[in-house]
Design a protein around this ligand. Structure first.
Ligand SMILES: CC(C)(COP(=O)(O)OP(=O)(O)OC[C@H]1O[C@@H](n2cnc3c(N)ncnc32)[C@H](O)[C@@H]1OP(=O)(O)O)[C@@H](O)C(=O)NCCC(=O)NCCS
Length: 169
């Protein structure tokens, strides 16, 4: 299986915030942003694996900035690392200033997707070759995040989370 760069799975979705998608403060509803990020991440995982993909977990979400009604929002997703059948997807969310066009980072998230066959069984995916400094940094930390996610899901024991243990040694 041919390894791929994060750039090859890059997925950019740009859309507006409409009245039905906001909370009572007229800012983008968190669940709407989660859905947009899930869609972009799903396309990114599919581009990397060329398989059916399913969301296995939402590892991290930070709603750092409110996104007002009428904003133009760009969701950018890339596969940051692939393991055997799972892929970590890093998502950056940008808001575009109406007058200047400048983009400000509003939020970010990390999702895990798993490639599956037609019967829903996990299936192997290509490796990721990170290129930029940021891609290399995200690649390096991905194993630690995978172990944390599996630990929180009760799928591994604390003594199996070797990367997490190493943080405290
Ligand atoms: C995701 C799913 C395919 C995993 O199946 P499983 O039987 O747990 O399979 P495995 O234990 O072999 O795990 C498969 C991979 O997922 C990873 N994984 C499973 N749960 C995970 C979690 N909570 N966090 C991070 N990775 C996880 C495993 O580490 C493994 O990765 P690897 O092969 O790259 O090492 C299965 O749980 C599933 O189909 N879930 C429903 C998915 C879905 O419907 N999503 C939409 C929600 S509405």
């Amino acid at each position: 299986m041919q390894a791929k760069t994060p750039e090859q799975s890059k997925t950019i979705m740009t859309d507006m915030v409409l009245p039905g998608e906001t909370n009572p403060l007229n800012n983008l509803f968190g669940g709407e942003l989660l859905a947009r990020m899930d869609r972009a991440a799903s396309i990114s995982a599919r581009r990397h694996s060329r398989r059916i993909v399913v969301t296995a977990s939402v590892n991290h979400v930070a709603f750092n900035r409110a996104v007002p009604l009428g904003s133009v929002v760009t969701v950018e997703a890339k596969v940051s690392r692939a393991f055997k059948t799972s892929m970590e997807i890093f998502i950056d969310v940008w808001v575009e200033d109406r007058e200047s066009g400048a983009k400000t980072k509003a939020n970010e998230a990390i999702y895990t997707f798993v490639a599956v066959d037609e019967t829903g069984r996990p299936i192997a995916v290509p490796e990721v070759i990170p290129e930029t400094d940021l891609e290399k940094e995200r690649f390096k930390a991905a194993l630690r995040r995978k172990q944390l996610s599996l630990l929180l899901a009760g799928k591994i024991k604390p003594n199996e989370a070797t990367e997490l243990k190493a943080l405290f040694e």
